[in-house]
Design a protein around this ligand. Sequence first.
Ligand SMILES: [Fe+2]
Length: 345
Amino acid sequence: MILRELNGESSKTYLIADEGRGRAVLVDPLWTHVERYLAVLAYHRLELDMAIDTHTHADHLSGCPQLRFLVGAPFAMHKWAPSPAVDIHLEDGEEFSVGDLTVRVLHTPGHTPDGMSLVVEGHVLTGDTLFIGGCGRTDFAGGDAGSQYDSVTRKLFTLPDETVVHPGHDYRGNTTSTIDAEKRTNPRLANRTRPDFIHLMNNLNLSPPQNIQEVLQPNQSALGRDEISFPDWSELKQVRLVDIEGLQAMLLSDKPPLLVDVREPGEYSGELGHLAGSILLPLRELINRLEDIDEHKEAPVVTVCRAGMRSATAAAILGKSGFTDVSNLAGGLVAWNEAGLPVER
Ligand SMILES: [Fe+2]
């Protein structure tokens, strides 16, 4: 097995390969370094089976769409990933092969809802769920400190003690650790209760991510900044969320909301289906088609997408375009389907 970090920087990209079989996957490739990865693959005579992101990144543009474009490798992420560019949706406990190697997927949300870790031959790639002596922040993009704690303590910390930890980032020059060392010495986690950890994470007072328009929303939507003008952090923070029960109550009220589905046409009629009565207004077209829904400016509107991220962008755009009663469906069609509720196709 080859398991190598390829960037030598604070953001980590891993190559997992079976040299004998000539098969490989890349994990968390950076858009800026794609040519380097292709050179490494060529040098080792490896074919790329998949390009994988462990979660939706807020600090760099993903190289996965570019790798798919250049060498045809499918783009894989966890099922909760919001991006319409993802070809393969992985689930907790699922296994896939890289040559004769078996990689197991652990859903480890917290930093983001779509966070996953990958276990292979005594090693674990922990994405931004667990760092060496730290962990990913949980204060944006659907982050949740409680689920971060559960992901680490119930999933990662139940792996064998000697399992080698490969984090998604390291800002102090560390490369690897072990599950045992993190259990004993990670200052965010060792000897901390769940409420303790949540209190700590919710009071870190980190500055807001700088890259929300440049990176996070493009990664969530597979749209470029030349295609859409993304709302900023403060506009996104103002978006009101409605959960599934809340939406069901709204639909039964005497003023049911207009449901605006902002996914791509193929998704609307695809595997997850769509909500009965929803209209399709893809995010990329939204700003130019506002007159289609103009009569709803004063009426309740709920935006909907795959996982609730593109619809947050859409809700912020509607809010600043004069729509006065806009909510975003938390968790989108993935959550709706997980709840076993009916959809149309
Ligand atoms: Fe991250």
